[in-house]
Write a protein that binds this ligand. Sequence first.
Ligand SMILES: Nc1ncnc2c1ncn2[C@@H]1O[C@H](COP(=O)(O)OP(=O)(O)OP(=O)(O)O)[C@@H](O)[C@H]1O
Ligand SMILES: [Mg+2]
Length: 149
Amino acid sequence: MSTPKKILVPVDFSDCSAAALAHARVLAEKLGAKLDVLHAYDVPTFVPPHVSVMMGEIDAPLSEHAERHANEQLAIFLQDHGVTEGDGIGSRTLMGPPALTLLEAAEQGKYDMIVMGTHGRTGLSRLVMGSTAEKVVRGAHCPVLTVHA
Ligand SMILES: Nc1ncnc2c1ncn2[C@@H]1O[C@H](COP(=O)(O)OP(=O)(O)OP(=O)(O)O)[C@@H](O)[C@H]1O
Ligand SMILES: [Mg+2]
């Protein structure tokens, strides 16, 4: 195994994903690796994403509202956890079902390692890990480090 140079941290804004981010930051620092944070958001399937929706003052397709909301949430999450622009940590959101979207992004971005939480916002803590974590561990082309909250 060569030293990881690109690390992907998928976050769903849960405490567990915050713990994963903290671990990944220490690892990246020690290895001299680039760190990128990614949030996947899904739009509801019962409304076509191009349907125009009025939210507050803004009339826009549902997919645009979802994208804006996801970006705002990610910015708040990073700020709450002490990530500043000077840290050189990349961040972005992608629309799509979480596990598949994360797996594709990890492969396309040629990441060497994924660091993620064992659980997220919705799961049952009695399970060993949540469904997103399980699918990513099973399907990833690179090593996956899972972190408890
Ligand atoms: N939408 C998402 N975008 C990016 N990362 C995610 C997303 N959802 C989950 N993750 C990552 O996966 C980790 C585990 O979450 P997961 O969804 O597997 O558990 P859960 O929410 O407890 O269970 P489930 O979703 O199966 O009900 C999170 O800590 C986070 O790192
Ligand atoms: Mg989940």
